[in-house]
Ligand binder design. Structure first.
Ligand code: FES
Length: 164
């Protein structure tokens, strides 16, 4: 997970960019790298810097699945939606995990434990369908085995809590 910068760091970050609209995507990427997500305050600061409306900014940012508007969870689950994974059922895995966690891609569970993301090819197509959890690649999954992986993450959390 990216280091979390203070909101005031955003002002410094923005000062490195001209107020040109074509800088919107690089700025969004840079801010998300720093904060881990695009906070409401950051969106406001970026829109003001580029002199565009927040609606315009959202219109562009929501077009790209890489941008998130809620803080990431403690565990980040990325489901590959590349072609090889797609034809081998990654859509069903996404559906299963979405239903299990009660969130859609781009969202975080209310306890901030899990976030779910849809991403393009990880370059591990031979293992399709692939899910990456906290940067660890899990391949040749089925909806059931993906479900079990998430259960394992949850039971590790329970162990940590009971040890505390
Ligand atoms: S398409 Fe999923 S790893 Fe390549």
């Amino acid at each position: 997970m990216a280091p979390v910068a203070r909101e005031t760091d955003i002002v410094r970050l923005l000062s490195a960019y001209d107020r040109a609209r074509q800088n919107l995507i690089p700025i969004l990427q840079d801010v998300q790298e720093q904060l881990g997500f695009l906070s409401q305050d950051a969106v406001g600061a970026i829109a003001e810097h580029l002199q565009i409306s927040e609606n315009d900014l959202f219109g562009v940012a929501t077009f790209f699945t890489q941008f998130r508007f809620t803080p990431p969870g403690r565990h980040c689950i990325k489901v590959c939606q590349g072609t090889a994974c797609h034809v081998r059922g990654s859509g069903l895995i996404m559906e299963e995990l979405s239903q299990k966690l009660g969130i859609h891609a781009g969202e975080t569970t209310s306890d901030r434990e899990f976030s779910l993301e849809r991403v393009a090819c990880f370059g591990s197509c031979a293992l399709a369908p692939v899910v990456v959890i906290d940067d660890k690649v899990h391949g040749l999954l089925t909806p059931k085995s993906a479900d079990e992986l998430v259960d394992e993450m949850g039971s590790r959390r329970d162990e940590t809590v009971s040890e505390a």
